[in-house]
Design a protein around this ligand. Structure first.
Ligand SMILES: N=C(N)NCCCC(=O)O
Ligand SMILES: [Zn+2]
Ligand SMILES: [Zn+2]
Length: 322
């Protein structure tokens, strides 16, 4: 059982008392949702990858990210945060997603996130392929109204259809825009690169309300300057952060389904994420980790640490002002 610290949040199992390679397989060895009275934040596994266009396997992402989260420690020096002590964080287990019915799977993600939000619990989803962001965004907009999306990815994911199918991992943000879930004045992609289908892809993407901060922009201007531009774009309203692990260069995250060269380093991603402290983050996801293509847990550890930074940002953002 995880540690209770004098009536405050129940944190992870103490790694100085119980070896971190043993114990419960929850994210960071945190308590499960059913072990606490109230959760401020839940990690929610979404083992689903029926929306992929190339390499499969992201359905095994949640388990892999949890396994790779065992080395996380309680204090985040970069943000001067204690993400597990300042708020009650739990592992809410996995959504039951139908692998043969994509629409039904998106509904299941929506229902699970909606129910957590209704109980005052913010959600960080661990995918799964990028299709699942649509279910998350439906829940976010249902609760908060249209939200800004800050989307880290090599890919736009605003394409129209694949094989005539509207619900895939290359199309969630187009569907979300069509459904009115997004505040189109405040959305942005970070890390875009690689070949497109046509020059029109970028024009259509812009019409949906996205501003592109490309991987080349990060190289030319530096991560800190890009982060400043991103913050300006996002403004003060609710923000949903969606992180496709393929935003990282394949050297920094080989375990993914549609890798593209010339990506961000894990360091650059950390710099940009940490610069978001203080924004009104209402939810997030980390998607597209496909463990069969991973080596030495490189991608799993990147994803686990990115999720940790998201938890720190949520802790910092919910501190009383002043
Ligand atoms: N969401 C991710 N990772 N990839 C989308 C790529 C869609 C394509 O194959 O064109
Ligand atoms: Zn991608
Ligand atoms: Zn994606």
């Amino acid at each position: 059982m995880p540690e209770h610290s004098d009536g405050g949040p129940i944190g992870p199992v103490d790694a100085s008392l119980v070896p971190r390679y043993g114990g419960a397989p929850t994210f960071a060895r945190l308590p499960r949702l059913d072990q606490v009275d109230h959760a401020d934040v839940a990690l929610l596994g979404v083992p689903f990858d029926s929306g992929v266009s190339y390499r499969p396997g992201a359905r095994f992402g949640p388990g892999h990210i949890r396994q790779s989260s065992r080395l996380l420690r309680p204090f985040d020096p970069a943000l001067r945060a204690e993400p597990f002590a300042e708020q009650q964080v739990v592992d809410a287990g996995d959504v039951v997603c139908n692998p043969f019915d994509i629409k039904a799977a998106i509904d299941s993600v929506h229902d699970a996130a909606r129910d957590l939000l209704a109980r005052g619990t913010r959600v960080v989803a661990l995918g799964g392929d990028h299709t699942i962001a649509l279910g998350m965004l439906r829940a976010m907009a249902g609760h908060h109204g249209p939200v800004a999306v800050l989307h880290f990815d090599a890919h736009l994911d605003t394409w129209e259809t694949y094989f005539g199918e509207p619900y895939t991992h290359g199309t969630p943000f187009r569907r979300a825009a069509e459904e009115g879930l997004l505040d189109e004045r405040r959305c942005a992609h970070v890390g875009i690169r690689g070949p497109l289908y046509s020059a029109l892809d970028l024009e259509k993407d812009e019409q949906l309300g996205f501003r592109v901060f490309s991987a080349d922009d990060v190289e030319a201007h530096g991560a800190a300057n890009v982060a400043r531009g991103v913050r300006e774009r996002l403004g003060g309203g609710p923000v949903y952060i969606s992180i496709d692990i393929d935003v990282l260069d394949p050297a920094h995250a080989p375990g993914t389904g549609t890798p593209e060269i010339g990506g961000l380093s894990s360091r650059e991603l950390q710099v940009i994420l940490r610069a978001l402290a203080g924004l009104r983050i209402v939810g997030a996801d980390v998607v597209e980790v496909s463990p069969a293509y991973d080596h030495a847990e490189i991608s799993g550890i990147a994803a686990a640490n990115v999720a940790y930074t998201l938890l720190s940002l949520l802790a910092v953002g919910s501190r009383p002002a002043g």
